[in-house]
Design a protein around this ligand. Sequence first.
Ligand SMILES: Nc1ncnc2c1ncn2[C@@H]1O[C@H](COP(=O)(O)OP(=O)(O)OP(=O)(O)O)[C@@H](O)[C@H]1O
Ligand SMILES: O=C(O)C1=C[C@@H](O)[C@@H](O)[C@H](O)C1
Ligand SMILES: [Mg+2]
Length: 165
Amino acid sequence: MGAGKTTVGRLLAATLGVTFLDSDHAVEARAGKPVQEIFVDDGEAAFRTLEREAVAAALDEHDGVLALGGGAVLDPATRALLEGHAVVFLRVGLSDAVKRVGLGAGRPLLLGNVRARVKQLLDERTPIYEGLARISVDTDGRSPQDVAAEIAAGLDRLPHRTEER
Ligand SMILES: Nc1ncnc2c1ncn2[C@@H]1O[C@H](COP(=O)(O)OP(=O)(O)OP(=O)(O)O)[C@@H](O)[C@H]1O
Ligand SMILES: O=C(O)C1=C[C@@H](O)[C@@H](O)[C@H](O)C1
Ligand SMILES: [Mg+2]
């Protein structure tokens, strides 16, 4: 959270001239309410089910840049579906992440002590993100435009890019 997936993903799609989709927005469209309301009304497990379905549909139907919710890759089925895709990991350190998410509004998993929760999530998830990524980009102290430009250059260098999307 706060890595900049939504912000950078949108910029990258514009740079590449392709469409942009965010899995959180797709889940919200399916549920008819914001992510944090799904967590409160229905619980995290219900959110994760909707997220798994939304990501699977997006990978099947959408041909542009897909920004994933921060926890989407915790699901083994989602990880399997991402194989062969040009997965990008936006690396962010604790300090920049905390600055970017502020009080954590709209991010239910950060409720309570934002800094401690961000640290815990980064520690738990970084190995998973690193294991999936074809491209990793450091984002600390850099603008979203700069990060998007580095990803676009990295995609150009990936082998068999056209077959893999
Ligand atoms: N490289 C950056 N430098 C500074 N601020 C950034 C950068 N990238 C994103 N931001 C800002 O950080 C905040 C969080 O970014 P964003 O919502 O894109 O993160 P996210 O990874 O999509 O988070 P989530 O997992 O909650 O969906 C936004 O206010 C955004 O403008
Ligand atoms: O990191 C997470 O688990 C989450 C990140 C957000 O994108 C949302 O998908 C939701 O708030 C959960
Ligand atoms: Mg996002």
